[in-house]
Design a protein around this ligand. Structure first.
Ligand SMILES: Cc1cc2nc3c(=O)[nH]c(=O)nc-3n(C[C@H](O)[C@H](O)[C@H](O)COP(=O)(O)OP(=O)(O)OC[C@H]3O[C@@H](n4cnc5c(N)ncnc54)[C@H](O)[C@@H]3O)c2cc1C
Length: 346
């Protein structure tokens, strides 16, 4: 089958990977050159975990999580790192409570920690706070995934075309199926009920080697998250703010750094790492495409044309699973309707 995939972020590349591995002829389009930093999939790290406060997503990641090890091996390694994950917050935090219930229900190995913890000694928990450490979680190297997945599909018969596809339905004249994974740009293409927000993240110099712990997420209104250093010789941890930043139009080149969010990061460094004058290195921005309830959306707006907009700031880890589902849709083995919570008629 000939399949056009529009958009070469994590979702388009994962779809191309699944389709190529199933023997299909793929043409992958992107408006920008490989490695660009205008969308949602660039940068070095993304959290990958099975456990979610919402059990619906945990069930998906029970299938999706093992795909990361498979892809890591297929693409020659250095993409997926199982560093463990520490999710922490207030005693009565509802997300932590439902997360723990989901871990227990699914028999996922985890450890409950309190203020006096040794999992991540440099990270300070306050009296009354607690955390859940899950060793079976970690992070994926986003840029390395993009580069290696593109090389793999090209080496296995796919074609990359750098072109903005303004009318994806017109591609149906040339190919059997069209898959659109256009990230923030899908909002206008299909008139989707999403907002596009620009999210701030930065690197922090952490001299104390004890600070090189697992991936972490602070439960609360801003959901500050972070990663261990990306190499054993680095003292920089990446951390970011999950709460929505300024709304923007992805067509503008403008990717604003939100100074309020940068200040939240400095505040986190003072509160949690006790760094009096935190030095944020390389402050950057990336796009979230948020639905009102942070669910993903996908659909078949025209026969043989499928789209998926799985972002809301938590889509990366689902990339390989979504790629397999989009390949299933193209082959007629499944349909977006099979997941009513995601299916969107537009
Ligand atoms: C700062 C930040 C941190 C994040 N952290 C995490 C995390 O820790 N864990 C996690 O699971 N998720 C995380 N996410 C979310 C995750 O990165 C996104 O869900 C995911 O990258 C979305 O990928 P995508 O392929 O849908 O979109 P994109 O990566 O934006 O790809 C869309 C592509 O389509 C192309 N395109 C658009 N329109 C056209 C057109 N008309 N013609 C041709 N090409 C077109 C674009 O150029 C772009 O390359 C984070 C996101 C951000 C911004």
């Amino acid at each position: 089958m000939r399949v056009a995939v529009v958009g070469a972020g994590v979702m388009g590349l994962s779809s191309a990977l699944a389709l190529v591995r199933r023997g299909h002829a793929v043409t992958l389009f992107d408006q920008f050159p490989p490695g660009h930093t205008m969308g949602s999939s660039h940068g070095n790290s993304r959290i990958v975990r099975r456990d979610y406060p919402d059990p619906f997503y945990t069930r998906i990641m029970l299938e999706g999580y093992p795909l990361w090890s498979e892809i890591n091996e297929l693409l020659g390694g250095d993409i997926f790192f199982e560093s463990g994950l520490l999710y922490f917050g207030a005693e009565s935090d509802p997300d932590l409570i439902s997360l723990q219930a989901g871990l227990r229900e699914n028999g996922i190995d985890h450890q409950i920690i309190g203020e006096d913890q040794s999992v991540f000694p440099a990270l300070k928990l306050n009296a009354g706070e607690w955390g859940i450490f899950n060793p079976g979680a970690g992070w994926a190297h986003a840029d390395r995934f993009r580069a290696k997945a593109l090389s793999y599909v090209l080496e296995n018969g796919a074609t990359f075309v750098q072109e903005a596809v303004n009318n994806p339905a017109a591609l149906r004249n040339k190919v059997d199926r069209v898959i659109v994974t256009a990230g923030a740009w899908a909002k206008e293409m299909f008139t989707l009920p999403v907002t596009v927000n620009c999210q701030t993240f930065a690197y922090l110099e952490v001299p104390n080697p004890d600070a090189h712990g697992p991936v972490f997420i602070e439960s609360g209104p801003h959901g500050i998250y972070g990663f261990p250093p990306e190499s054993s010789t680095s003292n920089l941890i990446k951390f970011g703010v999950h709460s929505p930043g300024p709304e923007i139009d992805p067509k503008d080149d403008w990717r604003p750094i939100d100074e309020e969010k940068a200040e939240l990061l400095r505040d986190f460094a003072r509160r949690r790492f006790e760094i009096a004058n935190p030095n944020l290195v390389s402050i950057q921005a990336c796009l979230y495409t948020n639905t009102a309830n942070t669910d993903f959306i996908w659909g078949e707006p025209e026969t043989g044309l499928f789209f998926a907009s799985p972002c809301s700031g938590h889509g990366f880890k689902f990339g390989p699973w979504i790629g397999e589902r989009l390949a299933d849709f193209a082959e007629g083995k499944a349909h977006p309707r099979d997941w009513p919570r995601f299916n969107t008629v537009c």
